[in-house]
Design a protein around this ligand. Sequence first.
Ligand code: AMP
Length: 118
Amino acid sequence: MTDTIFGKITRGEIPSDFIYEDEHCVVIHDINPQAPTHVLVIPRQPIPKLVDAEPEDQSLLGHLLLVAGKVANDLGVGEGFRLVINNGEGGGQTVFHLHLHILAGRPMGEDELSAQFA
Ligand code: AMP
């Protein structure tokens, strides 16, 4: 499988400020933030896309959600944030190492995604 920049970041080969880390994942600020708070939860295990996850990845995927909630709380946005996973080019994914976006600090009810499901 091809390595990505997130592989290098999680292995510490590219210096990066981890705002959270544990044995399974790291959390960093997005380099091109789309909201006042925009951080990425990145598993150390390089699953390319969500659809590539296997049943044995179930506990890792659950862990990533728990970390997202904890980090959102720690960042002071626990009462209002959006969690996004882009899957595949058609889903807007650009780095093919699974990651969760936590977005907060601007109204999330006034954009394209919300309008689509209103
Ligand atoms: P996605 O489009 O879902 O694959 O998201 C990839 C995200 O990674 C984008 O929001 C980028 O701004 C972000 N990104 C790319 N390179 C870096 C980097 N070196 N450090 C932090 N964020 C990055």
